[in-house]
Structure formats: C-alpha cells, structure tokens
Design a protein around this ligand. Structure first.
Ligand code: ZN
Length: 420
C-alpha cells in the first residue's frame, strides 16, 4: 500500500471532498456537479471542510481492502457494512496492483470511498445520514471520434504503430484482425497499413482508443482489407469488403513471436537421431516460456509426456482433425484432458522437452488419422460463416463510408501521415 497524498488543503480539499459528499438522487450524477457544488459552497463550507481529509491509496501486489483498512486503522465494522453492499462488493474484492482508491475521512472516521471501474465509470460509496453506507456508480459519458491514420514499417510494426499514433493495444488489435492471413513475425520493411478507428474522449481529453472500424494491411505486395460489422444479434466480427469472415478455423501461427525453423518434410534427416525420418510437423523456434495457443476450438484429448515429444498437448477438433503441440516446457495452469478450448486459448509454453535440439514448438496437424502439412491445411481451412444474405444490404451500407475513408487516407511513406 502506498499513500499518494494525505492533505486537507482548503482549496484543493474543498472541491475533491465535495465530490465525495454531495448528495444527489443516486441515479443521475456527473463529475461536473462536484465542481459546481464546490464553487457555490466555497464560503460557507470552507471552515467545516478543514476537518475533511482525502487519502489516495495505490494498491500494491497482495493488498486487500481488509489490509488497507487495517493499515489506516479504519473501523472494520465500516468495512463489513461496505462489503455488505451488493453493488460495491464485487468491485472492491477484486483489487489489482496499481488500482487507485480514494478514501475520504472526517475527524479520522471513514466517510466515503471511490474506485474507478473503467475509463467512464467510478464506484462511489458514501456514508449516509443514518451512518449506514450507500453505493452508486457514477458514469461520465465518453464521446467517440473516428480517426484515420496510416503507417509504414521501417524497423518494426510496433514502432510504426506508435508513429501512427496508435496505442499498443490497438496495434495488437490490428494484428489480431489479420492474424489468419498474415504472419506478423515476417512483416518486412516497406509493408504498410491504414487504420480507421475510434478515439474516446472524456471531459475534453482523449483517454483511450476504441474499436478498429476498418483496416488495410499491405504485406509483401499483397493487400488485405477488413471492416468491422455487428450482426443484428449483437455479435461482431471482421470481414473482407466482400463479406467473407477473416476468422479461419485455425490460427496461422499457434505460438507468439516465433519463426518457422523446420517445415513439414516427409524425408528429413532428423537432427538428433541423424537418420532419415519424416518431419511430420512444423517447428516454430521461440524462446523457452513463449506462450503456445490452441490453433482452433476443440477438446483436449491428451496432456502429458509422450516419448520424443516430451510434454505434449493434443486437441481434437471438429472434422476429425487433431492438432499436437510438442516439446512444451510446461502446460497452462489447470489444463486437463476433456477440457474445451477456444481458438487462441493459452495451452502451454515453448520448451525443449523430449527429443529437441533447442527450444521450439513442434506442431502437427492430423486429418482423418493422417499427418498433413499444417501450413497447407491451415491455409485452406474453412473460414467462419460469411455475412448472411439477410444482412447483406445493411453490411454494404455500413461499410461504404469506412471503405471511402480507407481509400482517401494518404499512403504513409516512412513517417506516418494522419488525417482526421
Ligand atoms: Zn519438429
């Protein structure tokens, strides 16, 4: 636990504490009110507020609300009444390191506390007149702006993303959209992208990026385009302008930040055994500990040690397909035989158990009992369903302005160009 400030300076304390104590009918509160209350109450309330203290606590690893209350010598009875509030308990029982709590006291007694829940929501707990506590969630509306940016890759996609003004999370989302078609480990200098996305503004300040609405990625001279579309049932996905889902049955690469070190080859000389022995899979070289993902949705049919594979996971998928992940250093926590996994779920980590010269993932794709080249099988794997005919008109109408934005965005050369 770390105390950020413990001040009751008249001016500052006035408007901050007023925010915690102003009384409103629990449904309509805005952050602006706090300021207004402060301004009007200034002369009358100033003297009284000198007794108020506001304490900001930054949650440290292992901290609980209980530990924080004990550390500050607050009443544990108050803690119990706050935890008894249905809407407050789930928010306060899940503290994460780095979270900020603001506690307001009067003459050493806890009067209220606040915790941001998201960029637009804050939980407020206040002591009521009958000395019980009340909880409410204050919502500050976010304004969404659509922004278009572009970038070209010089040293890395991450650098190009930053230059283009994208938050890391949004660059991540960009790779997520195209991960079935583009191997992002092999993007080259000269590859480029355009992104149409939302920026979120709160009280006049850009506080976060929202969703990517449309994107274009040119990799090795090939152009890939995607638009975000939400179906009538609320499910959303990324589609090509022709309405084909970008999501495929299997991931192009089942391991993060890797490179292919050995391809599928029925006549390879085995590096450890030094004999001609078919290489029935693809090897992805990556440092020990790198996360390995389920290539597609399915059920875990094996998790354990198997000869030369070392620690291995096998997943059974629909269509009589099995994927196998060998030489793992460890398995994902809690993973057991019979578990259902979704595409992209963490199943284990790269290692060199079994017959392996160095850390890598040995990945096999077995269709109807026969080993096939995973790269080929994944490339022709069936995509998720396309836009249904019933939504085609809505889809076309919604994507037209997004495609126009992509078209008109300047093509980045070296440094990113930005258009609003
Ligand atoms: Zn291998």
């Amino acid at each position: 636990m770390q105390l950020l400030c413990c001040a009751a300076v008249a001016g500052l304390g006035l408007h901050m504490t007023a925010g915690l104590f102003h009384h409103a009918d629990s449904t309509t509160r805005t952050a602006v009110t706090a300021f207004e209350v402060a301004a009007t109450a200034r002369s009358a309330a100033e003297a009284a507020l000198a007794r108020f203290t506001e304490i900001k606590v930054v949650v440290k690893p292992g901290d609980t609300l209980d530990a924080i209350f004990r550390g500050l010598e607050f009443s544990l009875q108050d803690l119990a009444s706050i935890r008894a509030l249905e809407s407050a308990r789930p928010v306060l029982d899940k503290l994460r390191p780095g979270d900020e709590l603001t506690l307001a006291t009067r003459d050493g007694e806890l009067m209220g506390l606040q915790r941001p829940i998201s960029i637009s929501q804050t939980l407020k707990v206040e002591r009521g007149e009958d000395s019980g506590f009340m909880a409410s969630v204050e919502e500050v509306p976010l304004i969404s702006h659509v922004r278009t940016t572009s970038g070209s890759i010089d040293s890395s996609l991450w650098v190009a993303g930053v230059t283009a003004g994208l938050r890391h999370r949004t660059t991540d989302a960009l790779t997520d959209i195209f991960k079935w078609d583009i191997d992002f480990f092999s993007v080259q200098s000269g590859d480029s992208f355009k992104v149409v996305y939302e920026q979120l503004e709160r009280e006049g300040e850009i506080v976060d990026d929202g969703d990517i609405l449309a994107a274009e990625f040119i990799s090795g001279g090939k152009t890939f385009r995607a638009v975000r579309y939400e179906m009538a049932d609320g499910k959303f996905g990324y589609y090509s302008p022709e309405g084909v889902s970008l999501r495929k049955a299997f991931l192009k690469t089942p391991v993060q930040f890797s490179r292919i070190s050995s391809k599928f080859n029925p006549k390879r000389r085995h590096p450890v055994l030094n004999t001609i022995r078919a290489h029935k899979g693809v090897d992805y070289a990556a440092p020990t500990g790198t996360q390995v993902f389920a290539a597609g949705a399915g059920r875990v049919q094996f998790r354990g040690v198997k000869g030369g594979y070392g620690n291995v996971v096998e997943i059974a998928h629909p269509g009589n397909v099995v994927t196998r992940y060998g030489h793992l250093s460890r398995f994902a926590k809690g993973l057991s035989v019979g578990d259902r996994v979704q595409q992209g779920d963490h199943i284990g980590n790269v290692g060199s158990t079994g017959l392996a010269t160095g850390p890598h993932l040995h990945f096999e794709f077995i269709e109807g009992g026969r080993h096939v080249d995973p790269q080929k099988a994944i490339a022709k794997g069936a995509p998720a369903p396309p836009i249904p005919a019933s939504e085609r008109a809505a889809f076309n109408a919604q994507i037209a302005p997004l495609l126009a934005r992509l078209e008109s965005a300047p093509v980045a050369t070296g440094t990113a160009l930005v258009a609003r």
